[in-house]
Each structure stands twice: as C-alpha cells, then as structure tokens.
Design a protein around this ligand. Sequence first.
Ligand SMILES: C=C/C=C(\O)C(=O)O
Length: 262
Amino acid sequence: MAKQAAVEQIAQAFVAARRARQGFADYPGPLPETLGDGYAIQTRAIQLFDQPIAGWKVGRVPEALVARHGVNRLSGPIFADSVVWAKPGETPEMPVFRNGFGATEAEYLLRLGALPDSFDRAWTNEAVLPFIDDIRVGIEIAGSPFEGINRHGPAVTISDFGNNNGLLIGYRISSGEDFLHWPVSLTIDGEVAGTGTASAMLDGPIGAVRFLFERARQGLPLAEGQWLSTGAVTGVHPVRPGQKVEARFGPELCVQCSIGIA
Ligand SMILES: C=C/C=C(\O)C(=O)O
C-alpha cells in the first residue's frame, strides 16, 4: 500500500473507533516504522476528528529505542471534551475503551501562558520557563481503542493521538515549592502501583515543555492556555473499568478518579 493511502486508512480507522467507542485487537494497516510516519497519521487523525485541542501529552520513548529514533519523548493531543477538573471530595469517572488499552499516570501539568511570536530558535529548559503560567498535579488517562498500542513501539503509540484519552487536572502547586523532589505515588484499588519523583524523569517536566517548543518549531500548534501533561512520574499503570485510582504528590496533594467505560 502506498504510504499516503496507509496514513489515510489508519487515521480513518482510529477516528471511527474512537467515535464508536469500540476497541479492536489488530493494528488497522501496516505498522508505522518511523516517528515521522506516526506523526503523519496523528496529524491526519486530528484533522478528521475535528475537535478542539486543550493541550498536549508528552510521553517517553522506551530507553531501548532512543538511539534508533534519536529522541526520548513523544507527544499527542489532549481533546477538550476529555479534560476534567478535580474537585475536593469528588471522585470523577474517567473512561477507557472497552476491549482497548487504558492506563493511568501521575503527572505534573503545566499551562502555557503568553507565547513567543516565533518558535524558530533553539530552546533550552531555562528559556521556556517564562512561558509557563500554572503548575498543577493530575492524572493522565492513557487510552486507545487499539488494545496493543503500547506493544509496538513509539511510532504506533504516536499514531493514535499518542495514546491519550483524557486528563484529570488537580490542584495548584504554590510557586517556590521544590516539587521536583516530592515523592509521588499512584495506587489502584488501594495497592501501590508505582512511586517516583519528577527529578528522576529524564530532565523533568520543564524538559517536556522544551520538547514541545522544539516540536512547535516544526509546526506543532501550541497555544496560550493549553495544558501540557509532562510525562508519567511513577510509570504507565494499566487499569480496568471499576477500579479506583489515587495519585499522591508530596506531603498533601492528592487526586483521585474511578475508571469508567468510554
Ligand atoms: C502510554 C504512553 C506513555 C506515556 O504517557 C509516558 O511515558 O508518560
């Protein structure tokens, strides 16, 4: 199949499955091999899905594949209708696809403030700091109708919106807090699924923002007010409908949700 025809077929299949809220077992076309192939499918699927984008998720390229792909992060859109705000005393339901893939990730969420007129320059972590205007804790719902999304490498992950199906935005971190070294944990039904700190996660949440600015230099449509979920601090933890997930950050911040069906 010609590459453009494959891009179209795969993007159409993912968008149709997301609209129908139906999971499936086999990848809907030839597997994309390069990250560029994955982003071509993602870009076409964003056009076809035609929904407002509230932000971007950043995920990790598995360590063993970094040398091959030349980059250690990947990204995908977070659609506005999948964003939920945590409220004290409430446990919102966050959906995953029946027969698809679903996982939860404890993450730091950064909001973009006013942006530079042009992204066309080299970016450092320090240079992106002035463009961040809010930092919160939250839970990314990784999700795809393709059950095997995380077993075929980052190009496949990228091809279905970077494996995102929602974002739970939690509480603000006061400026000046040394949150990079806070202990973070994620529990599922009361059992600890993972622990970690943001300082041990590549070059941290600000590095994830730098990565997105570098992608914006190549055309990614970053916009003021968008939320960036900056990568799993404790790992990618598969979940099933009916489970309860709690993410704890530092001494007092906690976000929780239950898992529903899309
Ligand atoms: C499931 C995708 C991977 C991530 O979201 C991550 O590494 O943070």
